[in-house]
Design a protein around this ligand. Structure first.
Ligand SMILES: Nc1ncnc2c1ncn2[C@@H]1O[C@H](COP(=O)(O)OP(=O)(O)O)[C@@H](O)[C@H]1O
Ligand SMILES: O=P(O)(O)OC[C@H]1O[C@](O)(COP(=O)(O)O)[C@@H](O)[C@@H]1O
Length: 326
């Protein structure tokens, strides 16, 4: 823990962008300005650090962005960070600019990047959870999850209307290459008949058996929510497996619409609270920590602990859904 108060901080948004990143930037910049800190905003994630591409941010730079999706700094995936040369280059920019603390808003990859960077740079590093996937340890919720969820839920509701009108089986693919949070909560919130997630083994025979059983009980339409990474072959494999048993299906791949749009209230609130909290942590000399929310409490969790265990979705919801979706 450093004892000297930082005077100049850097901030960046990295990895998959998430609604609420702008609200978080606003909170960070305005809190920093309040405490007489200078703020450098690196553009396009770690790429901006490597290339020395940045903006000097003041209170006006973050005006009227609290409600906007995306990120005014841009985001990116920066493969150079996986190599020592890239990390050295990033560290050299930070030293050259006199950055004393770096605030990284992103998902678990971005937090890995922060830890790798820490091996080459001695400044303070504070992570903030920003990803629609809600798959970071150390925090109950990540900035962007609630908005993505509402978008997916809206799609499920719309599909329900047409599925019912046509007695059809609809497959809705939502994001989550490695994480089932969006699928699970969309399925529960939308009353889906089936929910397929990466954390639970895909078993086509069971799915088909349950479709047959529910049809025999009089159910005519189905919504099956499928996380991107639920099984090898994804939603097209699931569709083929079901069609192989004589059922017609229709598929909707929701894709990147889940990443955009105005952040919902809970994402703005989380982004704002954690943004303020992270700057306070930097002022207190904290480093190598994630600023997260557990229950109603803001917590600083060592970055390596936050990365140790992903935030596992509540698997009991799959069980509950079995009797809810009869
Ligand atoms: N192990 C690592 N070492 C260094 N940098 C990393 C590492 N993992 C990820 N990063 C950096 O973080 C960026 C974002 O990671 P990614 O996994 O794509 O997104 P997210 O942060 O949303 O999970 C990567 O493009 C890379 O620049
Ligand atoms: O932006 P890309 O490369 O299409 O990546 C899509 C992936 O990014 C996400 O939207 C967010 O994931 P990360 O936060 O880990 O980047 C995933 O849900 C999705 O699988």
């Amino acid at each position: 823990m450093s004892t000297q108060r930082p005077r100049r901080i850097g901030v960046l948004t990295s990895g998959g962008d998430a609604p609420g990143m702008n609200a978080c930037l606003r909170a960070i910049v305005r809190t920093a300005v309040y405490h007489n800190l200078e703020v450098i905003g690196f553009q396009r994630g770690y790429c901006g650090v490597l290339l020395g591409e940045y903006l000097t941010l003041d209170a006006r730079s973050v005006a009227n962005i609290i409600h906007r999706g995306g990120t005014i700094l841009g985001s990116a995936r920066c493969p150079e960070m996986h190599h020592v040369e890239g990390l050295e280059r990033a560290a050299s920019t930070l030293k050259g600019l006199g950055i004393e603390a770096l605030l990284v808003i992103g998902g678990n990859g971005s937090m890995q990047g922060a830890l790798s960077l820490a091996e080459h740079w001695s400044g303070q590093i504070i992570g903030l959870p920003g990803t629609i996937d809600n798959d970071l340890g150390g925090t109950d919720w990540t900035i962007g999850f609630f908005t993505a969820l509402d978008t997916a839920l809206d799609a499920a509701d719309r599909l329900r209307d047409t599925a019912e009108a046509f007695d059809r089986i609809f497959l809705l693919e939502v994001m989550g290459r490695h994480a089932g949070w969006i699928a699970l909560f969309t399925g529960i919130g939308g009353g889906a008949e089936e929910i397929l997630i990466p954390e639970h083994a895909y078993d086509p025979d069971t799915i088909v058996k349950r479709i047959k059983e529910s049809r025999s009980r009089g159910k005519r339409s189905h919504i099956i929510v499928v996380a991107e990474g639920a099984c090898e072959g994804g939603v097209s494999r699931v569709a083929a497996d079901i069609e192989g048993h004589g059922f017609e299906t229709r598929t909707c791949v929701l894709g990147h619409v889940q990443r955009g749009g105005s952040p919902v209230a809970l994402d703005r609130y989380l982004a704002t609270e954690l943004g303020v909290f992270a700057v306070q942590a930097a002022l207190d000399g904290k480093s190598h920590v994630l600023a997260g929310k557990q229950g109603k409490t803001n917590r600083l969790v060592p970055l390596n602990e936050a990365l140790d265990g992903n935030n596992q979705p509540p698997m009991h919801l799959l069980e509950i859904n079995r009797f809810l979706a009869t």
